[in-house]
Design a protein around this ligand. Structure first.
Ligand SMILES: Nc1ncnc2c1ncn2[C@@H]1O[C@H](COP(=O)(O)OP(=O)(O)OP(=O)(O)O)[C@@H](O)[C@H]1O
Ligand SMILES: [Mg+2]
Length: 520
């Protein structure tokens, strides 16, 4: 039977051992490893190591490389980290370390400064220039403040001066773990924001867009993306971000139409504690959060004239003050903006500042309407059908000939978003292993030579008559808003345009009638 090992005790043993080492250390501060017994390092039983391995999958640090020519240091660190569930590899020189680094991906490296075949700092320098790199903690027996600072400058995460206790090692590894966890969460959140959807389309119009993205992406130029609702403006902005040199830095979005007039200034620039009722803490705004990265100003046309003036200053000077604050904050932010209104016309109508328009319109990009790139309709439809079938667990044979006909004849006023909603709905209603027919797409009127353009019209709302023949006004208004949202597939901006009210008024009414869930 496998003896029942007590790993807590073994850790204690290791700590005692390394503490004893320091009692025997040479005057130079270096450890005389000859004075130490070669410990009988017992192996962790297989079952337990599997459980530990499973646990490590969930951890921010899994693999650690220890590089030190002193056996006792190497072994003691290896032992204590292994018993704390890390997977540890230890080497005594640079050449072996390089071999391990080429073969494995390490999250953390504990690296001695002086090694028999070279300087640990050279390896630190090389690793720091890699795109994907481990955190590095340097260790030295000849430590001075200057050498520690030099290591940090070269990109070390931290520095351990010998002699150190295993406790110090554990504390530093935990610190590194928290740091990596924050990085991982950040990476995850950025990934969520950017999304995984590819910008599909091979029509000349889309090829042109993709070419501009490739050109402008790596620069820091401000890009203004215009286009009808649902044409993929946000997706284009995401692609620009992905193609930029800031793709590893923050990507912050702010939907200018979704934030209330009273809060938007604080949303952009942050506020100081006590600057207004409810400002119980200091808060950084989106510009500050995006520092070093990219800020997407979605639906920029919805910004009020007062805020337009403030935005102009940030775009020109890259500086601002928090609401209620006097300190000027400087930021380095690349700005992308989208609009579904014709901003040039808004300038002519005196609704948008001309100077701000020019600041934003450095590189103008227009997302083409789907009806203007007919060649892309089936390419998008097929890809969306595939995705929808997979996510709803439905199997269909594809689109029938009549469905293809109807899809290409429809003029898609809601653009790609409308196409996406249409296909998702069809997949949900589809019969297993059958072709999708125009009826399921809600495009039956376009079959057999029909050429009715425009969205699928719903029957006019049946206003139920009350006792005296008149319905309450708010009920009529609610139904009317619902109808506009149905026609526009839940698109708020488009619904507001249909209703000839501002998007902000629509938002307030959605709140009032508790219809927020209807919004795309
Ligand atoms: N070229 C494309 N390839 C794949 N999916 C696309 C494409 N264009 C748009 N989509 C999809 O259509 C939907 C709408 O796109 P997006 O939100 O980028 O449009 P938008 O122009 O910003 O819309 P709105 O004006 O309503 O804000 C999203 O789900 C997006 O993934
Ligand atoms: Mg958008």
């Amino acid at each position: 039977m496998t003896p029942n090992r007590n790993y807590g005790d073994r850790r204690l043993w290791a700590i005692i051992t390394i503490s004893t080492i320091y009692l025997h250390k040479c005057p130079s501060g270096k450890i005389d490893s000859t004075q130490f017994p070669t410990a009988n390092y017992t192996k962790i039983p297989y079952g337990l190591s599997r459980i530990l391995l499973l646990l490590t999958v969930l951890m921010a640090i899994e693999k650690i490389l220890v590089v030190d020519d002193e056996l006792i240091i190497r072994k003691s660190i290896e032992e204590v980290l292994r018993s704390s569930r890390y997977s540890v590899c230890a080497t005594a020189n640079l050449a072996d370390a390089e071999r391990q680094l080429a073969r494995n991906t390490f999250d953390l490296v504990l690296l001695d400064v002086k090694l028999p075949d070279g300087e640990g700092t050279d390896l630190l320098d090389r690793l720091s220039h890699q795109e994907v790199k481990p955190l590095i903690i340097m260790m030295s027996g000849y430590g001075t403040i200057e050498s520690a600072v030099a290591c940090m400058r070269l990109g070390a995460f931290d520095y351990l001066l010998k002699p150190f206790s295993l406790n110090q090692v554990e504390v530093l590894v935990r610190k590194a773990e928290s740091y990596r966890q924050v990085l991982k969460v950040n990476e995850y959140l950025s990934h969520e924001i950017v999304g995984t959807r590819d910008l599909l389309g091979e029509s000349p119009a889309m090829a042109h867009i993709k070419q501009i993205i490739r050109k402008v992406g790596p620069t820091d130029a401000t890009v203004l993306i215009s286009g009808e609702n649902g044409t993929g403006k946000e997706l284009i902005a995401n692609e620009i971000f992905k193609a930029s040199s800031r793709s590893n830095a923050p990507y912050i979005k702010v939907n200018c139409a979704a934030v209330s007039e009273t809060l938007i200034e604080s949303e952009f620039f942050g506020h100081e504690k006590g600057s207004f009722t409810g400002a119980t803490e200091r808060r950084e705004g989106r510009f500050e959060l995006a520092n070093g990265g990219t800020l997407l100003l979605d639906e920029i046309s919805e910004v009020s004239p007062r805020l337009q003036a403030k935005l102009l200053r940030v775009l020109q000077e890259r500086e601002f003050e928090r609401v209620g604050g006097s300190k000027t904050i400087k930021v380095d932010v690349r700005v992308l903006a989208t609009t579904n209104r014709d901003l040039k016309k808004a300038v002519e109508n005196g609704e948008f500042r001309q100077d701000l328009y020019y600041r934003l319109n450095v590189v103008p990009l227009t997302a083409p309407a789907l009806r203007d790139r007919q060649g892309d309709i089936m390419l998008l439809a097929d890809a969306m059908l595939h995705t929808a079938c997979r996510s709803y667990g439905v199997k269909v044979k594809g689109f029938s000939k009549a469905a293809v006909d109807a899809l290409t004849k429809h003029d898609w006023p809601g653009n790609v978003r409308e196409l996406q909603n249409t296909i998702e709905r069809a997949v949900i209603l589809a019969e297993e292993n059958k072709y999708i027919e125009p009826g399921a797409l809600g495009l039956i009127h376009l079959v057999d030579g029909g050429s009715v353009p425009g969205p699928v019209m719903l029957p006019a709302p049946q206003i139920e008559q009350s006792m005296d023949g008149v319905k309450p006004l708010d009920e009529v208004e609610r139904e009317h808003i619902l109808r506009a949202l149905e026609i526009t597939n839940g698109n708020r901006t488009q619904a507001a345009q249909l209703l000839k009210i501002s998007i902000r008024t629509l938002r307030n009414k959605l709140n009032e009638y508790k219809l927020e869930c209807m919004v795309a």
